[in-house]
Write a protein that binds this ligand. Structure first.
Ligand code: PBG
Length: 320
């Protein structure tokens, strides 16, 4: 026998030498929730809702840990929600205050990213305006996203990240940003975003008001080819980076997009992926650190240049 692949697995030093995938802290992005009051999130043990007063320290810690960025989600009080989600573009809206606090804390030393979507801000919890028949209106919603992105850019976001899955949202946001002088603000498009059961804990984290589901705008989990189509459309509209979400159950889509993309590709390890590993580890059923490291490594192996993960701080510590 000449071919013995086990030769390259004989020692830890040998395995380290020939390792194909080497996740780095600089490619990790920490998603963070910011509300009017801090709160624990029962379905995401270890993740907190921060406030505009406390989020600056989180951004500084992320910078100090060598992370690539922070992705902010604003969580308004229920009394501040309305049918159109108008707080999403108010200058003093929760998301804008969170962005400004981070920018003040870290300047340009950490990439500050901001979710562009109305679901946290609407009383009905959908990602856009509702028509008479209860369906989510596409083009009107894109105009609102452009307004929201401009407000976020004005507050200091380096990157805006549309996650609502409206057709044409990237192009509308690009036009809106450029018209207001924000041509250097980048767009990270949630391109292939599936209608996933794994967003469950996130909905608790943002106090979602949603009844029903998002299946008329988010993608059908059964569709692989369509994920690539969505990413190519977003690139054509001017996306600076594209994303696949969730990550772990969609590694095929991620690999397809990574193979075809000429812009950086992100993957979002979502709340349900986090909760599953934490729950199993909490019962002693799996080795927590090993499972987390394996999950993040697999996402990078499939082709992600950036990984959004709630474990970003901890993984960065292990990597350093
Ligand atoms: C929508 C948005 C969602 C997530 C990120 N952006 C929720 C949804 O589409 O219902 C989910 C992230 C996660 O589960 O960690 N603004």
């Amino acid at each position: 026998m000449i071919q013995r692949p086990r030769r390259l697995r004989t020692t830890a030093a040998m395995r380290k030498l020939v390792r194909e995938t080497r996740p780095a802290a600089s490619q990790l992005v920490l998603p963070a929730f910011v509300g009017e009051a801090s709160a624990d999130i029962s379905s995401m043990p270890g993740v907190k809702r921060h406030t505009p007063e406390s989020i600056g320290a989180v951004a500084r810690a992320a910078r100090d840990a060598g992370l690539g960025g922070i992705m902010l989600f604003g969580v308004p009080d229920d009394k501040d929600k309305d049918a159109h989600g108008t707080q999403a573009w108010a200058a003093d809206g929760i998301e804008q205050r969170a962005i400004a606090a981070c920018r003040e804390a870290v300047g340009d030393d950490l990439v500050i990213m901001s979710d562009v979507c109305l679901d946290e801000f609407t009383s009905h919890g959908h990602c856009g305006f509702l028509g008479e028949d209860g369906r989510v209106l596409n083009d009107e919603t894109c105009e609102a996203y452009a307004r929201q992105a401009v407000a976020q850019a004005r507050a200091g976001a380096h990157v805006v990240a549309p996650s609502g899955m409206m057709d044409g949202q990237v192009g509308a946001i690009r036009v809106g940003l450029d018209a207001e002088g924000f041509s250097d603000v980048a767009i990270l498009a949630y391109s292939a975003k599936y209608a996933s059961a794994f967003y469950g804990p996130f909905r608790e984290a943002v106090g979602s008001s949603l009844q029903g589901d998002r299946r008329t705008y988010q993608q059908d989990p059964a569709n692989r080819r369509e994920g690539l189509r969505e990413a190519l459309l977003d690139m054509a509209e001017g996306a600076d980076m594209v994303m696949v979400k969730p990550a772990s159950h969609y590694l095929d889509v991620l690999a397809d997009v990574a193979a075809a993309s000429d812009v950086p590709v992100a993957a979002y390890q979502v709340s349900g992926e986090y909760a599953m590993i934490e729950a199993a580890a909490g019962r002693g059923w799996i080795n927590r650190q090993a499972a987390i490291e394996e999950s993040v490594t697999s996402i990078v192996r499939a082709g992600a240049d950036l990984v959004l993960t709630y474990w970003a701080m901890e993984v960065a510590r292990w990597l350093n």
